[in-house]
Write a protein that binds this ligand. Structure first.
Ligand SMILES: [Zn+2]
Length: 557
């Protein structure tokens, strides 16, 4: 009998199918990487010859989890030193303690510089670090003064946790030729007119990137990075993830195609074409993505397009409607002018592609909805699934408009924990912080909902993300907007079928039912039985991807 006809029936303590017509089962039959049937052993035995596999007999199976907004960089950021406020675990399972003051950050940089020095690395080689999150330091902004204290010879580049900002020292200002005369938007200056070393959003950050080239930050993804990402994903029960901004050069595609041709790499990826900075026009971009469609495989799916309107709320670069920032900070930055956005959106939309738009502030979300409304009036397209990503400040009236336009929302629920207190105290104020990432309002309006981590902005982990949406608690113990909480089953839907819907893959993944890919998240605990406050602590055994079993590689001893 040919191998493809082999049938394996897995027994489980419980199978949570996410198929409303058959919510639970004890057995699932897999053939040729797909689900052949779901039910009891007796029902499935009707398919004929099979192997009964008992390895999951005491485990709980769910559909493989789907991360609809993250970046492959989560795998390779760890090649660089981490400077974040929160403790964080790297792909090898090592815990990096958070840095709780500006002085601690500077001290860590001094240490790293000394290590580079001791390793004989030339002083011209930049020190690049990531994960910096100054909003925790009481509003104090980092400037060249801090970084020059860390090192004056070696250029230093610090990427903020939000991915939208960067700080550099005087040596790097010199190398990047940034002076008081520089007029690129996002180059922050002292009252004296001299640059502070803070660079906001892609155009300003590019002044540095073009000089440090492929070193570290924004370096092209390599195969090791993809493998490392897949390991992290497996530890979190994730079988499908996006890389939600990839230039998709021939080299980028080659890396993805080589890595994903290896059956040992445990992830299905959807890279989204980065259509907002350094690209050569929407018509060319659309043609490029359409041509890539022919290269799709089970585990690599081209066809998504990423557009971006504004910046980040905690970086004060998001575009907000009246009354703006609670602490009086000026309004943020248009990464793309709304008129340009509308024109480019129309080009990609008419090409039949699925567009995901970054909108953090409510002015940006409203601008996107207005633009898409006009485009859809000129060029209607049924079932487009265009999605607003982050959409953190979207309120009920905007959700109602999204529902009427068929727009989906992928909300940044992890923000509730990571920056919830800052939004309450500094950026938004209490009332608007209470409607941050308003999952309850989205569902009430009938908007298709996914939730995300935006890893590496926050760590990859859909069960943690679900916990955020269900509990809405902050590190200081606040509950942000009790009425916006969603139930555990609604949150589990958002990280399976909900995310699959926004990727137009709900016919293939997101539930365990006949005909779908055999993608499972294998759990030690039952998410429907534990206390909702413990959702983030569920133990993940590993995954099954298109029928192949992957135990999570947890920290080596
Ligand atoms: Zn992102």
């Amino acid at each position: 009998m040919p191998n493809t006809m082999t049938t394996t029936i897995y027994a489980a303590r419980k199978i949570i199918t996410m198929n409303a017509m058959q919510p639970t089962a004890t057995h699932v039959a897999v053939r040729d990487g797909r689900v052949l049937g779901v039910g009891t052993l007796q029902q499935l035995a009707g398919w004929g010859e099979h192997q009964l596999d008992l390895r999951f007999a005491d485990k709980v199976l769910m559909p493989g989890l789907i991360e609809g907004h993250c970046h492959l960089k989560e795998g390779s950021m760890w090649d660089m030193p981490y400077l974040g406020w929160f403790d964080r675990r790297d792909p090898q399972g090592k815990l990096w303690p958070g840095l709780r003051s500006m002085d601690a950050v500077v001290a860590r940089l001094v240490e790293i510089d000394a290590q580079l020095e001791a390793a004989g690395r030339p002083a011209s080689e930049p020190l690049i670090a990531w994960g910096f999150d100054p909003i925790y330091f009481g509003g104090e902004r980092m400037t060249v003064d801090h970084l020059d204290r860390a090192c004056q010879r070696r250029p230093i580049v610090i990427a903020h946790a939000n991915g939208h900002l960067m700080n550099i020292n005087t040596a790097m200002l010199r190398l990047a030729e940034i002076t008081r005369d520089n007029e690129v938007e996002g180059v922050v200056k002292f009252a004296s007119g001299e640059p502070t070393g803070e660079l906001q959003e892609p155009a300003a950050m590019f002044l540095v990137i073009r000089k440090i080239g492929s070193a570290g930050l924004l370096a092209p993804m390599d195969e090791a990075g993809v493998r490392s990402f897949a390991r992290l994903a497996c530890m979190q029960g994730v079988t499908t993830a996006t890389d939600l901004a990839n230039k998709l050069t021939e080299a980028d595609c080659a890396v993805l195609e080589t890595a994903l041709a290896d059956d040992a790499v445990s992830i299905r990826l959807l890279p989204a074409f980065q259509a907002f900075h350094g690209t050569h026009g929407a018509a060319l971009g659309a043609e490029h993505v359409k041509q890539l469609l022919a290269r799709n495989t089970d585990r690599l799916r081209y066809g998504l397009v990423k557009l971006m309107l504004d910046g980040s709320i905690q970086g004060f670069s998001a575009r907000l409607r009246w009354p703006g920032h609670f602490n009086g900070a000026p309004n943020g930055i248009w990464v793309m002018a709304p008129a340009q956005y509308e024109a480019d959106f129309e080009t990609y939309h008419r090409a039949g592609l699925l567009i995901h738009t970054h909108t953090n502030g409510d002015e940006a979300s409203e601008a996107a909805i207005n633009a898409i409304n006009r485009v859809l009036t000129r060029a209607p397209r049924p079932d487009h699934r265009h999605t607003l990503q982050h959409g953190q400040m979207i309120d009920a009236p905007l959700f109602a408009r999204m529902a009427s336009l068929g727009l989906c929302a992928n909300l940044f629920a992890n923000h509730l924990w990571y920056w919830g207190d800052q939004h309450y105290e500094m950026t938004m104020g209490p009332d608007r912080a209470n409607r941050l990432d308003a999952c309850g309002s989205a569902l009430a309006a009938g908007v298709a909902l996914a939730i995300h981590s935006d890893a590496p902005v926050t760590p990859l982990g859909p069960l943690f993300t679900a916990w955020c949406a269900v509990n809405r608690v902050t590190p200081k113990g606040r509950v942000l907007g009790e009425a916006e909480r969603i139930s555990v089953p609604q949150a589990l839907h958002a990280i399976t079928l909900g995310a699959a819907w926004t990727l137009k893959l709900d016919h293939e993944i997101g539930s365990i039912e006949c005909g779908k890919r055999a993608d499972f998240c294998v759990l030690e605990d039952d998410p429907l039985e534990v206390d909702p406050a413990a959702l983030k602590d569920l133990r993940v055994w590993g995954t099954v991807l298109s029928g192949r079993v992957f135990p999570a590689q947890t920290a080596a001893a």
